[in-house]
Write a protein that binds this ligand. Structure first.
Ligand SMILES: NC(=O)CC[C@H](N)C(=O)O
Length: 207
């Protein structure tokens, strides 16, 4: 069973439907007890880092999530769900993350110019993945495949070994996907990334 954590900050249904369309048993749950019995866990996320981490704590999800990771079972973080895995974020202040992946979450610089055009923040739209390290998420996914992003902040991993893929936006090459043992994560939204996103979900479901 793939359990998608409902801490009231995520586009849960589209993630659940994507897994179900691939034939996987998936459920959205706001019950921390369900986390303990999950074979695989998904930590989605849309919104401000501080609100997300506060809701995760308020819902009592942190301890069972850490226990899941400790047990060696797969975890998939998506967007701010990936950012929360890091030590801290500077989004609207300094906020502590789960500290599972060494590193910080920082804002894209304002005023980046590319091909004479000013780049907007948030980075919103299709951009291509630069595959860096083997990851179960990318079986059958070509280098430079396009995936969909919506974010103003990005993860700066302290260890390059944790970066499975990156992406370029202006002068910034940022971490687009993490692989740290059984912890997998994407800054982009596989549920908004059409066939490439579905293949990534299928790969996660098949681990
Ligand atoms: N789409 C989102 O939820 C964005 C995540 C985070 N607030 C960021 O701006 O990077």
């Amino acid at each position: 069973m793939i359990t998608i954590i409902d801490y009231e900050m995520g586009n849960l249904r589209s993630v659940e439907k994507a897994f179900e369309s691939l034939g996987f048993a998936a459920r959205v749950s706001a019950d921390p007890a369900d986390i303990a019995s999950a074979d695989k866990l998904v930590l989605p996320g849309v919104g401000a880092f501080a609100d997300c981490i506060a809701n995760l704590k308020k819902g009592g999800f942190v301890a069972p999530l850490l226990a899941h990771v400790e047990s060696g079972k797969p975890l998939l973080g998506i967007c701010v769900g990936m950012q929360m895995l890091f030590d801290e974020s500077e989004e609207f202040g300094r906020h502590q993350g789960l500290g599972l992946i060494p590193g910080r979450v920082v804002r894209f610089p304002s005023g980046m110019i590319e091909n004479g055009e000013r780049l907007k923040v948030p980075h919103m739209g299709w951009n291509n993945l630069l595959l860096k390290k083997p990851s179960p998420l990318f079986a059958g996914v070509d280098d430079e495949s396009f995936v969909y992003f919506v974010h103003s902040y990005y993860c700066r991993a302290a260890n390059d070994d944790d970066v499975a893929a990156s992406c370029r936006y202006g002068e910034v090459e940022f971490c687009a996907s993490i692989r740290h043992d059984n912890i997998l994560a994407t800054q982009f939204h596989p549920e908004k990334s059409q066939t490439v996103g579905l293949r990534i979900f299928r790969n996660f479901g098949e681990i």
